[in-house]
Design a protein around this ligand. Structure first.
Ligand SMILES: Cc1cc2nc3c(=O)[nH]c(=O)nc-3n(C[C@H](O)[C@H](O)[C@H](O)COP(=O)(O)OP(=O)(O)OC[C@H]3O[C@@H](n4cnc5c(N)ncnc54)[C@H](O)[C@@H]3O)c2cc1C
Length: 373
């Protein structure tokens, strides 16, 4: 028996579990290790913050999926990989050997990049921790006015700022700190619409780089901005625990993979989702691509164990993006086009609920297709 170790219950690995539930992998003992018992679906997290969803509505329980797939589930946090010796080390010191490793642990946020952020900031990742800490962070607002500063103006930062406004309304002052253009990488139409939405909610845009977070203040150089809740939504980084793995990594530490999702250096290691960088076909890091890679990952793990030529994952050239505006509306964008309104919000809600629904134990898992399109 070969041990196939699925590390991280990310989007692609959910599809692997679904595929295994339909058809087992002969000759393999499958072990899933993930940091949490549930996978919180990030696309619904702004809606959760806005008060539109409960945590249960945004969660996929991992253990029942593993059971249906015939896989053993171990809750654990990987802290090291040794690709030469084929083992993973967990935070509790356990050494887990593997024959085939499939990595889908997602990105992290470098907690040391902004001085003081580690101690004083509320990071959006890990999403599980963010969702648990948010109710406590906003608690003072029940009586008083609070100042909330969101650091980072990518899609997550903008969605979270609008969601916070929806949740707290005029009882908070909201500032979005941006060290570049808001929603960099998005088309002009989306940016215009999003900026208008931020203006309508009186979210103050503060251009500049956050240089430190102190209790009560966010600093941009010499500028001190009063802040009770500093939310750090600034980008995503590669996990530091991969640095000494021996795996081929790019300069930023992401796992270099080829078209078959195999590591560029170690063919027995596969990886998918935000953790990877494709040498041949670079694509953005987003849940859409992680979901799309899932069926190919499942197929290639099966073929690698059982024999047969591996198949390539061809990332789509354009993807549909749906940006939640907090109030039930959304901005949809596709290949330079953008649309906005309640209908887009309804559409996003339907897609998100359908994705979660696929992995509800009652209905039995089915292959995830796409978060959006
Ligand atoms: C607030 C927010 C909103 C977003 N909205 C969208 C959206 O609407 N559409 C979109 O396409 N993208 C969205 N994104 C981006 C999206 O979240 C990522 O692109 C996506 O999560 C990447 O998926 P993944 O499968 O690589 O990893 P993840 O979804 O991060 O899953 C990683 C899994 O691995 C586990 N894990 C992590 N570290 C370890 C470890 N060391 N050991 C073991 N297990 C581990 C985690 O518990 C988790 O189960 C959003 C991000 C944020 C922060």
């Amino acid at each position: 028996m070969k041990r196939v170790l699925l590390l991280g219950a990310g989007h692609a690995q959910l599809a692997v579990l679904a595929a295994l539930a339909r058809q087992r992998m002969p000759g393999a003992e499958v072990l899933l290790i993930s940091a949490s018992d549930r996978q919180l679906y990030s696309g619904m997290v702004p809606g959760l913050i806005a008060g539109r969803y409960s945590p249960a509505q945004c969660s996929i329980e991992v253990a029942p999926l593993a059971a249906a797939a015939g896989a053993r589930f171990l809750r654990g946090q990987a802290v090291a990989v040794d690709a030469a010796e084929h083992f993973v080390t967990l935070a509790d010191g356990q050494r887990i050997d593997y024959d085939v490793l499939s990595l889908n642990t997602g990105p992290v946020q470098d907690r040391e990049r902004i001085p003081g952020a580690h101690a004083n900031g509320l990071f959006v990742r890990p999403i599980e921790a963010f969702v648990q800490l948010w109710p406590r962070a906003r608690a003072p607002c029940a009586d008083d006015l609070i100042d909330v500063v969101v650091v980072g103006s990518g899609a997550a930062g903008v969605e979270i700022a609008l969601a916070v406004h929806q949740a707290i309304g005029e009882r908070c002052t909201l500032t979005l700190v941006s060290d570049g253009p808001v929603l960099a990488g998005y088309g002009d139409g989306v940016r215009r619409r999003a900026l208008a939405a931020l203006r309508r909610r009186r979210v103050q845009l503060l251009p500049g780089r956050c240089t430190a977070i102190e209790p009560g203040h966010v600093l941009l150089g010499t500028l001190r901005v009063a802040c009770d809740v500093p939310i750090v939504a600034s980008g995503s980084d590669a996990p530091a625990w991969l640095a000494d793995s021996g795996l081929a990594l790019d300069a930023a530490g992401f796992v270099r993979v080829g078209a078959t999702l195999q590591s560029a250096s170690h063919p027995a290691v596969f990886a998918a989702g935000d953790l990877i960088v494709r040498d041949d076909q670079p694509h953005p890091r987003s849940g859409v691509y992680a979901v799309r890679a899932g069926p190919v990952l499942a197929e290639n793990l099966r073929r690698f164990v059982g024999g047969g030529a591996l198949v390539p994952y061809l990332p789509q050239r354009h993807s549909l993006n749906l940006l939640a505006l907090g109030d039930g509306r959304a901005i949809a964008s596709w290949n330079g086009w953008s649309f906005q309104g309640r209908l887009m919000g309804w559409w996003k809600d339907r897609i998100d609920r359908a994705f979660i629904g696929r992995y509800r134990p009652r209905q039995g898992p089915a292959p995830g297709r796409s978060r959006t399109a």
